[in-house]
Design a protein around this ligand. Sequence first.
Ligand code: GH3
Ligand code: MG
Ligand code: MG
Ligand code: MG
Length: 311
Amino acid sequence: MKKIQIVDDSQSNIRKLENLLNTHFLVTVARTGEEAVRMAKENVPDLILLEVALPDMDGFETCRRLKAQVESAKIPVIFVSSLKEKEAVIKGFEVGGQDYIIKPFEARELVLRMKSLLKQESSRKRLEQHVKVLEEQNEKLKGKIQKVDRLSRVDFLTNLMNRRDMQEKIRAEINRSIRHGRSFTLAIVDIDFFKNINDTYGHDCGDHVLKHFVSTLKNSVRSSDYVSRWGGEEFLLLFPETKLEEGKRACEKIRQKINESPVIYKGMSISITATFGISEYRPSVRIEELIKAADDALYKGKKTGKNQVVV
Ligand code: GH3
Ligand code: MG
Ligand code: MG
Ligand code: MG
């Protein structure tokens, strides 16, 4: 049953309305404007029948307050008043009323107007609910998309950014260099004789070595540098705003650190080395050329003894 709040201080009016509405609605009564505002907040009726002439504040002021209070802001208000001047009717709508009925009113007309407003209000609430559900679904989807996006950028074994994400990073770095006229350096690092490790100690050990290698890499670069898994046992390092010589020094430091930190696996100590190929970004060089230059340097390093940094 819909809840109707009558706001009136005349006992005969109240009785008349109650008799008319009691069978179809749950009726409550407020006798002053103040009481109406308080009851609407606590009870939240579906519709308010508001007399304009009230003992404390008039119905217009009461309506203003009802509309300014969150709990009652959306409750439809029908003014029921003996004021039949146009100005009064206009004011009723201006303060936020949904309808205005002039006394003496036709009982059937009042009930029909009430039903029409209640129906509108029900559809509005349904729509509001629907929008809420859609918004919630939207939020969930956004979360899922973010997760998928993250998964598509992160390497599962090492938690590093993967090749795809690094390629975007390099492109962004190229654009930054073009804007600011600064260069940057990248290096491709490849673990030496890694196949031997897998063949000798097994694939799990290989995985363990990769993770250890990655933590050495991450601990050796600056927080502004980027480390990615480029392929199986190949990693691409990006040094923003770094010239070739500086990048070379950084790689040399990392190379030594790798050399000096053997991997412990099941009580065994396994020494590893890595070869670095580096290239510096130069204006108007394309990403493919930049990466190929590092790759060529790496190849040269592998051909000429490994465990070195080659430009
Ligand atoms: P080089 O010194 O010339 O770099 O030789 P290499 O043996 O390191 O390189 P090669 O390219 O011949 O072999 C790389 C091996 O890395 C082959 C592949 O099975 C292994 N590998 C690639 N990804 C993974 C991985 O995720 N885990 C393990 N355990 N091995 C991997
Ligand atoms: Mg190889
Ligand atoms: Mg290798
Ligand atoms: Mg390789």
